[in-house]
Design a protein around this ligand. Sequence first.
Ligand code: NAP
Ligand code: GLV
Length: 310
Amino acid sequence: MAMLFKSGAGRTEWWRNELTRLEPGLDFRVWPEIGDPTEIEFALGWEFPPGSLHRFSNLKCLCSIGAGVDHVFRDPNLPPNLPIVRIVDPWMTNAMSEFVALNVLRFHRYDPEYRRLQTDGIWGEEVPSPDSTTRRVGIMGLGVLGQDAAAKLIPFGFPIAGWSRRPKTVPGVESFSGAAGLDALLARTDILVMLLPLTPETTGLLDRRRLALMPKGAAIVNAARGAMIVEADLLAALESGHIAGAALDVFAQEPPPKDHAFWRHPKVVLTPHIAAITNPSTASPQIIDNYRRARAGQPLLNRVDPSVGY
Ligand code: NAP
Ligand code: GLV
């Protein structure tokens, strides 16, 4: 049985070392050096070319090398009934919560304003005092990442609300769901954190109408996927001042074109899709566990539901 690997972010030798340390003798094949396609029973990777998985007649499992699986479902010709799993890793979850906390605190503590004052050489200009008990944080997506981010923000004192497909009971978090729930969440949110999967339902979700529902001066942290925001509508909201700032880790096109306004926008903090990168050292044990389960015909960990796309 061979494992076919296609990297999303380099690190091939790191992956090879971790996986073969846990499973000595693993037949680890790196895309596009496939060998005999009938020997491939487990595929681990990012963005296998559409239609390519049909070549592997004995494929038992496709494992996304990240938490997200939108890259998997972009393939309109996925083999039917192919079990799909994803990475759920406490190390990665914590990395995401660090990113979220960094940027929520950045906006909460008026950091963009202080950067402007520093650039202008101004000392001591009056900036309002931040009060975490009145700064309302809203989290779109209350799954693995959203719930951990909420748990780590609660001790600061922020009133936290979250939005999910199904209503949820999460300690310390006001729960919203459904389309009306999203409008209500946005209307009460000063700092919005986006941690949803990209699906047909979430594509283009944050558009002009929904941005306008947010209070004037609100900020946005998008660590999910760029295509959830209508970027032209966000730019217009930043220009008008309705949205005060955005920390964007993800973009509709990655990297954004060189002339994209986000690159040099004074109200945008841009990072290159690094909020939570899969760590081969911490993620490999669950991959090998699933590799063994797939071979043995046992239930897989972290399975994705193709009917909802995440
Ligand atoms: P997850 O555990 O599957 O949670 C997804 C959450 O989104 C759930 O609460 C789900 O609602 C909610 N949701 C899905 N579709 C919805 C809809 N149509 N309306 C309302 N809520 C909806 O996913 P996760 O592990 O937290 O990861 C979330 C996303 O983060 C990933 O899909 C990936 O795109 C992104 N990510 C980005 C990075 C980065 O470096 N930038 C790293 C890792 C992950 P229910 O609870 O009702 O199911
Ligand atoms: C990264 O974006 C991931 O989905 O893991």
